[in-house]
Design a protein around this ligand. Structure first.
Ligand SMILES: NC(=O)C1=CN([C@@H]2O[C@H](COP(=O)(O)OP(=O)(O)OC[C@H]3O[C@@H](n4cnc5c(N)ncnc54)[C@H](OP(=O)(O)O)[C@@H]3O)[C@@H](O)[C@H]2O)C=CC1
Ligand SMILES: O=C(CO)COP(=O)(O)O
Length: 345
């Protein structure tokens, strides 16, 4: 019996996560092409079989293809997986639209919103590519640990159940569990918001405020994610799952997180630009904090931790003032609003 044919996947974005996912797919015998905007870096990857800048410890599988021309990477691909930073998502999407096969399915592992509008990435995909099945790959997954073959679990939420299942199966590997779901909005919100909240716990840890502060921030951060998510129409269980709580815990506590490391640096008094320069990779919270504030504003929600992170990133308050303001808030009920009221009605 012949094995079912597998679609070619074009992975767009050759940073840490794009390279890690492309290597995972290629190891799973999925025909995979990795595109990056830096042709020299791609040529080096092909010859050294390593991504020396972003994932120097990973041996890239010989089956993985590299393509410096975007149109050649995308043409004929049954699935496109976009893994560029959120600020570049819309422009990459616009560029590929005329290159796509009519039946191409669109997926992304980017965490964030459209910069400047607060629009979700699935909203952009639905608007610009109506009718193309769409899916997001998200959850607690440091690229370095995935490439080291350490056990990880992610989740794939899709507009089309069959596509979500197919993509999850292509990604699923002995030490990489890929679950599925159909709440794209909730899955995207969790992945984006945890980056902002990781800065808060990083700041607290950088200021050596202790373990109680860290746990308090994670839990109250979860409360902010739930309140914004439910207001937007996300399902609470998505936010309590891998896409929300799972990634929140990972990013708030794991020093591999660039967003947490940004917070640690700010908490130690290192200026924002210097901290971002030292990290040397994308730190999504720097743009996502503004978009979370925008969404909270649209829905009339007060999200004090997210707002404090935004204010610290803009230099409007110092980390010390931010902590003082959070601790000085009035006493209140832990959950003043019944999050599940609609369901019980
Ligand atoms: N790393 C991780 O563990 C995980 C990351 N993610 C998410 O994946 C996304 C990508 O992050 P990650 O790979 O880690 O980031 P990195 O900083 O490791 O790499 C970013 C990559 O994006 C490329 N890039 C930047 N701007 C553009 C652009 N305008 N057009 C095309 N390519 C561009 C960079 O190219 P160049 O080198 O030329 O600048 C680089 O290859 C983020 O949204 C992140 O939150 C999600 C889960 C895990
Ligand atoms: O999203 C991630 C892990 O799930 C990576 O987090 P950072 O971008 O903070 O490194």
């Amino acid at each position: 019996m012949t094995a079912p044919s597998r679609p070619t996947v074009a992975v767009l974005g050759a940073g840490s996560w794009g390279t890690a996912l492309a290597a995972l797919l290629a190891r799973n015998d999925v025909p995979t092409r990795l595109w990056g905007r830096d042709a020299d870096a791609l040529a080096e990857m092909a010859s050294a079989r390593r991504n020396l800048r972003y994932l120097p410890d990973l041996d890239l599988p010989p089956e993985l293809g590299y393509e410096a021309d975007l149109a050649t990477a995308v043409r004929g691909a049954g699935i496109v997986l976009i893994v560029v930073p959120s600020h570049a998502f819309a422009s990459v999407l616009d560029e590929i639209i005329p290159m796509l096969d009519p039946g191409a399915r669109i997926s992304w592992a980017t965490k964030g919103f459209e910069t400047g509008t607060g629009r979700f990435l699935h909203e952009l995909v639905n608007e610009k590519l109506p009718g193309h099945p769409a899916a997001v790959v998200t959850g607690p997954s440091f690229a370095r640990e995935v490439t080291a073959g350490l056990p990880s679990a992610v989740t794939v939420h899709a507009t089309d159940e069959a596509f979500g299942k197919e993509l999850a199966v292509l990604l699923h590997a002995p030490n990489f569990r890929a679950y599925t779901g159909n709440d794209i909005l909730g899955a995207e919100l969790g992945g984006a918001m945890k980056n902002v909240l990781a800065v808060a716990t990083g700041v607290a840890d950088g200021m050596e405020l202790g373990l109680n502060a860290r746990a308090g921030l994670i839990t109250r951060g979860m409360n902010e994610m739930l309140r914004l998510g439910v207001a937007l129409g996300a399902r609470a269980e998505t936010l309590m799952g891998l896409a929300g709580l799972g990634d929140l815990v990972l990013t708030c506590t794991g020093d591999l997180s660039r967003n947490r490391r940004l917070g640690l640096a700010l908490g130690k008094g290192i200026p924002l630009q210097e901290a971002v320069r030292q990290i040397g990779q994308v730190v999504e919270s720097v743009v996502t904090a503004d978009e979370v504030a925008r969404l909270a504003g649209f829905h009339g929600l007060d999200l004090p931790i997210s707002a404090a992170v935004r204010a610290v990133l803009h230099g409007e308050v110092t980390p010390e003032e931010g902590v003082r303001q959070l601790m000085g808030r009035e006493q209140k009920a832990e959950y003043p609003v019944d999050l599940f009221a609609n369901r019980r009605a």
